[in-house]
Design a protein around this ligand. Structure first.
Ligand code: TGC
Ligand code: FAD
Length: 394
């Protein structure tokens, strides 16, 4: 009989293409050799060096699904595998990568004019330019449709748009060269590309310091006080919430994969620790049934979660994926990864309080991941609406 490989019980490679396997291996190699050695310092100092994005660009980890401008043009599953490998190191590094790929490059590919694509995609793919995505505001998070940020045509300067408002909790904003900002023009939500180097005045992007999680990525505000941008920097056609939500479909999909990387790393660390650590007559913790149950629960969740993510990715690429499926896997995988990491943390006893054991950082990060891109309960309501036809948001 075949023996179970605890690192890949369902032999997931058999569900992947050769290219996808190669991408996952290359991403893992890069993440373990380049990112992993940096993570503790990044988490302690809350610094995200621009060079990380540059390195990601050099190895082709940015804009994995984008089909032009020298980008890999790969499957959603390949993108998910990259997210898994980056988040195996840290959710904050995956955040920086997903914002660049799913929330900046993807909308430019999907909604941008040819001129916008030509101008921005190559520099975003190489990591020379860093992007951010401004949807959430101080007063509107789960309900972005009520946003207060406004765009107006300049009363006297032809072809100039004026932006006023504030975005809050924006990954990458303090170091972003390009900001995708969603604002209401004549009452309708539109997307705007704000280039920092082209803005003369009124733009500030202060960092939010002393975070309790996701400290290895940089987060801030986008404050706009009569910020003037050329009308050519507006996405020409897309209007309404389907603009930002189309980007979120891609980012939420990546998160469903990323969390499985964080959970898999937690399992690996907890298994090793439970075999090494001895309590009661020199027996390893791994010998005790309650410890084994924690490991078994987490492994089952990580395995099921990845199979679901592969299937949803295939449906997505076939153009047959209602957004509710992405809500289902974003919610489930975030919830299970958070619960799993939190339970496995107990195996480390007091040592979990030392960041050198990593598990505390992973668990702290995962509650943010469960919150951004639609908090889990919001995704439950999205599913409930699809099941009953009745919306429960308001
Ligand atoms: P609702 O009536 O549901 O929809 C309004 C319009 O949008 C369309 N739509 C979608 N289109 C494409 N994909 C989707 N997933 C879509 N969901 C909705 C819908 O068809 C409709 O179009 P139309 O043409 O009929 O107008 O809108 P609502 O206001 O009732 O929405 C409520 C709710 C709760 C579903 C929604 O607002 C929501 O999902 N809230 C969560 C907010 C959120 O996810 N924010 C994320 C901010 S970005 C972020 O967190 C990045 S972190 C990145 C990182 O660091 O990794
Ligand atoms: P609220 O909307 O105030 O919700 C608070 C709680 O109430 C949640 O548990 C929610 O589920 C619940 N709730 C709200 N409404 C309902 C309801 N109708 N029924 C039941 N429960 C409800 N945003 C961006 O635009 N871009 C980014 O790059 C970005 N990066 C982020 C990075 C970090 C580190 C963090 C922490 C956040 C980031 N966000 C970003 C913002 C994130 O998307 C929001 O925090 C999230 O959408 C929740 O919004 P909120 O914080 O305003 O919570």
């Amino acid at each position: 009989t075949a023996a179970m490989d605890w690192q890949d019980p369902f032999q997931l490679d058999s569900l992947l293409t050769e290219d996808e396997i190669a991408v996952a291996e290359a991403a893992r190699d890069f993440c373990q050799t380049e990112l992993y050695p940096k993570v503790l310092e990044g988490y302690r100092t809350e610094e995200f060096p621009r060079s990380i994005m540059k390195q990601m660009g050099e190895v082709g980890l940015l804009g994995t699904t984008v089909k032009s401008h020298g980008c890999p043009g790969m499957s959603s599953v390949a993108y998910g595998l990259v997210a898994r490998e980056v988040e195996r190191v840290d959710s904050g590094y995956r955040s920086a990568m997903s914002v660049q790929s799913s929330l900046v490059m993807h909308p430019i590919e999907q909604f941008g004019s040819q001129e916008q694509k030509d101008r921005f995609l190559p520099k975003l793919a190489s990591g020379e330019m860093i992007g951010c995505f401004g949807l959430t505001e101080p007063n509107h998070g789960s309900d972005p449709g009520s946003m207060e940020t406004v765009a107006k045509m300049h009363p006297t300067k032809k072809g100039v748009i004026v932006l006023n408002g504030a975005k809050n909790w924006i990954t990458n904003s303090p170091i972003a060269d390009l900001m995708v900002v969603w604002a209401k023009l004549d009452g309708k939500i539109r997307g705007f590309l704000v280039e920092r180097s082209q803005v003369a005045s009124g733009l500030a992007t202060p960092a939010i310091k002393n975070k309790t999680a996701l400290r290895a990525s940089i987060t801030g505000m986008i404050q706009m006080d009569d910020v003037e941008i050329p009308v050519e920097n507006m996405f020409p056609e897309v209007t309404g919430l389907k603009g930002p939500f189309t980007c979120l479909n891609s980012a939420r999909y990546g998160i469903a994969w990323g969390t499985m990387g964080a959970l898999s790393e937690s399992i690996k660390l907890a298994r090793e620790y439970s075999l090494d650590r001895k309590q009661f007559k020199g027996q390893p913790l791994a010998k005790y049934q309650l410890i084994q149950k924690k490991l078994a629960d987490a492994l089952t969740d990580a395995t099921y979660g990845q199979v679901a993510a592969i299937q949803v990715g295939r449906l997505k690429d076939a153009g047959n994926c209602p957004p509710e499926l992405i809500s289902m896997i974003k919610r489930q995988n975030c919830d299970r990864a958070l619960a799993g990491a939190r339970n496995l943390m107990e195996i480390f006893g007091g040592n979990a309080a030392s960041d050198e054991y990593h598990i505390g950082r992973i668990a702290a990060n995962l509650w943010v991941v469960q919150t951004y891109e639609g908090q889990s309960d919001i995704h439950a309501l999205i599913l409930g609406r699809a099941m009953t036809g009745v919306q429960a948001f308001a």
